[in-house]
Design a protein around this ligand. Structure first.
Ligand code: COA
Length: 122
């Protein structure tokens, strides 16, 4: 397995909060999977968690482009889920990455994410 791309993104929580308030379901369903919507909506501050996942998708896309995958990846084709410990992971088509690691953080106004993608094929 070889690291083929890294990506990072920083998101203002207020921007995502504004989009959620203005476009509601329409924005949510365009960007997030049903599972992501369920996971974030159940949290005390949904906008913070939507922001982290938004940053994560951008970070994964950046990592993918560095890996030479030049087709635009639809938002919902990158899914961020968390395990029982809260640790996030990425589901993405195996042609893009065999494995993609993700880390998310948020504090106050901002959420950020960092992604590392690995491939065992060209
Ligand atoms: C996990 C931990 C490092 C998160 O740090 P934090 O400063 O509170 O939170 P940050 O803003 O930096 O990051 C939050 C993101 O970290 C990620 N995260 C949460 N738990 C994680 C873990 N165990 N490993 C890796 N990433 C984790 C999540 O993506 C989370 O965002 P989300 O809730 O929107 O999905 C911190 O809570 C910790 O050290 N906990 C000790 C272990 C613990 O208590 N585990 C509880 C389950 S037993």
């Amino acid at each position: 397995m070889k690291i083929t791309g890294v990506g990072t993104d920083l998101v203002k929580v207020a921007r995502i909060d504004g989009l959620l308030q203005r476009y509601g379901e329409r924005f949510m369903r365009k960007i997030f999977t049903d599972r992501e919507i369920r996971d974030c909506s159940n949290r005390p501050e949904p906008a913070v968690h939507f922001s982290g996942r938004f940053a994560a998708k951008e970070a994964v896309a950046k990592a993918a482009y560095q890996g030479g995958w030049l087709e635009v990846i639809p938002w919902r084709n990158i899914e961020i889920t968390t395990d029982e410990y809260g640790r996030p992971s990425v589901t993405i088509a195996p042609e893009v990455f065999s494995v993609c690691h993700i880390s998310i953080a948020h504090d106050g106004e901002y959420a950020q994410a960092f992604a590392v993608g690995e491939r065992d094929h060209d």
